[in-house]
Design a protein around this ligand. Structure first.
Ligand code: AGP
Length: 613
């Protein structure tokens, strides 16, 4: 999970940057680097592997200077090696960039730049950024405008920090979308830039968080923030409390809100190191699979509890559709007593954020005792479900503190998609064109998640309108049916409002009796293969006097005729739509609970890790 640290002041930048990167080490990374302006020249040290490698490199070949930027990289484009590690330097050696996010149009940009004679030195998407900055500096004559113009050409969500020997008195930092934050730390005659607060907290508690589409020009004496159109912004300086918990929450009121907002980054990290966009391939090394082993698998049983089980239900659809392997989903607390049919060609795949859920572990043991192959998809590193599995796809989301799982729900959705493509490839059920298309569809997912987050204010307005309801019914079909379950679970666990998730087609077999104005219906109706069916479910609910909140795809022309309560989501290939439809429902539940003044992060009667039966 990429981290950024920058420093400008009177002290030696290198140890400050290395110290900051060390504080972000827990997030995981596969290479690291630092660039310092040393006597007017940009000097870079970078290497694959841990920070200790970088530290030895810096010890062997010291760099000193009063301004510098550093990065820990989790590879998305190109191998994790020294060549691909950040910082990336331009052709003239005068501009250097570190970056979090994915440049979704990097191939087109790279072709354009190469056609103009630019030589690329790495396989990364990030290198396009530094070449663009260099190109636009030649036209604009100043770094800020060069960065502004560069941003206009980049698709996706980004945190970018740039330094140049042509303007040695500043660092320019920009945030577009939600590829992780950009925070500026304010000191006395020195300032800092970072992707995450912990990197700079030992130096300062006075910070400015950049919003999306803002750029900061950071000199040692001051910080100027403008928007991407060049308009100055009046920034609010925040004082971060010394309490480490409050400090970790940063700009958010609750961990849950922070974790919802971390999803652009966690989804980016989920792809990192596993997806090769150029080759149109997915590789999950952690499973130790080859074609022969993959072809022997006759059945996969996904077992999990709660939110993780909902991710498993989406996983079933993905794996069956893409890899054509039969999949069952078993609620772990039931599976352990079900005398399940398992043999040596059956995979038991446990999904668990904590990796310590007693029922899930017992289900894994049940599968093992019957000779099955054990896989897990786990977030907590070193947990039991990770240790006892034959192969573990680790979720790349970092610690999740809020009891209500959010980023550890969308990550397994993508993990299941990756698994489906990987299995389909190994088993020969995907032709290369299909595989390329499926892999390419992943590229835009992090920034589409960011589009959903940018619409938070619209969700707050809906939350205000419905916060005093006693009941809500969530309906979905097909791949969005589990999202109806998950949306309802989120609402009930943190707001204590009774909510039921239901397959929409089942409404007429019972729940329709409940519908009236006091029982609003949340209807998931994105443009997926079940769209027409969902429209008729909405009509049926309206005919019974129900009030409908519809989750609809941008540009939909039928839904606005049916209801005014619409949660708009960006268009997305339908196999990935649960990632996008679930995010506004997380926000909806969060804002209702928060408006009700409830203890969002630690709801009553619930624990983050359920280690009892
Ligand atoms: C999620 O919001 C819930 N708190 C809960 O359903 C959770 O998903 C379930 O207890 C499983 O936990 P695990 O993923 O750690 O195994």
């Amino acid at each position: 999970m990429c981290g950024i640290v920058g420093y400008i002041g009177d002290r030696d930048a290198t140890p400050i940057i290395l110290g900051g990167l060390k504080r972000l080490e827990y997030r995981g990374y596969d290479s690291a680097g630092v660039a310092v302006l040393d006597d007017g020249q940009i000097e870079i040290r970078r290497d694959a592997g841990k920070l200790s490698h970088l530290e030895s490199l810096v010890n062997d070949m010291p760099v000193h200077g009063k301004i510098g930027i550093g990065h820990t990289r989790w590879a998305t484009h190109g191998e994790p090696n020294a060549r691909n590690a950040h910082p990336h330097i331009g052709s003239t050696g005068e501009f250097v960039v570190v970056h979090n996010g994915i440049v979704e149009n990097y191939l087109a940009l790279r072709e354009e730049l190469e056609a103009e004679g630019t030589e690329f030195k790495s396989d990364t998407d990030t290198e396009t950024i530094v070449h663009l900055v260099e190109k636009f500096f030649a036209i604009e004559g100043n770094l800020l405008d060069a960065v502004r113009r560069t941003l206009q050409h980049l698709k996706g969500a980004h945190g970018i920090v740039v330094m140049s020997s042509r303007e040695p008195d500043k660092i320019v930092a920009a945030r577009v979308g939600n590829a992780g934050g950009v925070v500026i730390g304010l000191g006395e005659n020195e300032n800092y830039v970072a992707s995450d607060l912990p990197a700079i907290l030992e130096h300062t508690r006075k910070v400015v968080f950049l919003e999306s589409h803002q750029i900061a020009v950071v000199t040692k004496k001051n910080v100027k923030v403008i928007d991407t159109d060049g308009k100055p912004i009046n920034t609010q300086v925040q004082r971060i409390a010394w309490d480490p918990v409050a400090a970790e929450k940063g700009e958010y009121r609750h961990f849950m809100q922070k974790e919802i907002h971390e999803q652009v980054r966690s989804l980016t990290d989920t792809l990192a190191g596993r997806v090769d966009f150029d080759a149109g391939r997915v590789t999950l090394h952690e499973l130790n699979l080859d074609a022969a082993k993959a072809k022997k698998i006759q059945k996969i049983i996904i077992t999990a509890c709660g939110t993780a089980a909902h991710a498993g239900m989406v996983g079933k659809i993905l794996i069956e559709r893409i890899a054509r392997v039969p999949v069952e989903v078993a609620i772990a607390s039931e599976f352990r007593y079900a005398d399940p049919l398992v043999d040596e060609n059956t995979v038991i795949l446990a999904i668990s954020q904590s990796g310590e859920t007693a029922d899930t572990l017992a289900a894994m043991e049940e599968g093992r005792s019957k000779g099955g192959i054990l896989w897990s998809n786990v977030n907590a590193i070193g947990s039991q479900a990770m240790r006892i599995a034959d192969g573990c796809i680790s979720m790349q989301v970092g610690p999740e503190i809020g009891v209500a799982s959010t980023k550890a729900f969308t990550a397994p959705l993508v993990d299941m998609y990756l698994l489906a493509v990987y299995l389909g490839d190994l088993r020969g059920t995907l032709d290369p064109d299909q595989r390329f298309k499926l892999v390419n569809d992943l590229m835009g997912i992090p920034s589409l998640a960011g589009v959903c987050l940018d619409r938070e204010d619209e969700i707050v307005a809906l939350a205000r309108k419905f916060m005093n309801m006693d009941h809500m019914l969530y309906l979905g079909r097909g791949i969005n049916m589990p999202i109806a379950y998950e949306g309802a679970l989120k609402l009930k666990e943190i707001s204590y409002i009774h909510a039921e998730g239901y397959p929409a087609g089942e409404m007429k077999h019972g729940p329709i009796a409940l519908i009236d104005r006091s029982m609003p219906v949340v209807a998931l109706a994105p443009k997926d293969p079940w769209y027409d069916k969902m429209i008729s479910q909405i009509e049926q609910a309206l005919a019974r006097g129900g009030e409908v909140i519809a989750v609809a795809t941008d540009g939909d022309e039928r839904i606005p005729d049916l209801t005014d309560n619409i949660i708009w989501v960006p268009e997305v290939p339908w196999l990935l739509s649960p990632v996008i439809t679930s995010i506004p429902l997380q926000l909806f539940a969060y804002h209702i609970a928060s408006l009700l003044g409830l203890d969002v992060d630690q709801p009553r009667n619930l624990a983050k890790s359920v280690t009892v039966e």
